[in-house]
Ligand binder design. Structure first.
Ligand code: NI
Length: 155
């Protein structure tokens, strides 16, 4: 099965920025692994693959640094029959009305609900919000995915 890593790909309609040509050295075995990874993601252009990897690291670092504004999603799976669970989640979400931009609720089956919240704000604050929601009794799974607002990241 082919794994698709969107971070390895440049948006085809992205505005062109001047390119710099560099020459780098790395251990041969590392280069082989990089090529194999890129190829398994369908990326045949070595320069683009490497740029994609650097971009992914920048996003990760930016959101870990906790500085500036981050955007992301909080995914929750829970059993809505658990008493007071829904009420508690709603209460926490109302306290964070500024960070929560949007939400999606899917009734997965008779018991389970999937909720996806789109959030925006300081990375540290978003992490605290996600922790609070995920540790409510009855929440089976909670996951925060931080990405970049895109503002400080070249294409
Ligand atoms: Ni539901």
């Amino acid at each position: 099965m082919k794994t698709y890593h969107p971070f390895m790909h440049t948006h085809p309609h992205a505005p062109r920025e001047p390119l710099s040509r560099i020459s780098i050295t790395m251990p041969r075995s590392l280069l082989r692994k990089m090529d194999a990874l890129a190829e398994s993601c369908g990326q045949k252009n070595r320069s683009q693959a490497l740029a994609g990897m650097v971009r992914a690291l920048l996003v990760e670092h930016e959101s870990e640094a906790g500085q500036g504004e981050a955007v992301g999603t909080i995914t929750l799976v829970y059993d809505h029959h658990r008493s007071r669970l829904q009420e508690t989640l709603t209460h926490i979400q109302h306290e964070h009305g500024r960070e929560i931009i949007s939400g999606l609720h899917v009734h997965l089956d008779h018991n389970n609900c999937l909720e996806v919240l789109v959030v925006r704000g300081g990375a540290a604050r978003l992490r605290r919000l996600a922790d609070r929601l995920a540790t409510v009794r009855g929440v089976k799974h909670g996951k925060l995915t931080l990405t970049t607002s895109g503002r400080n990241l070249p294409v």
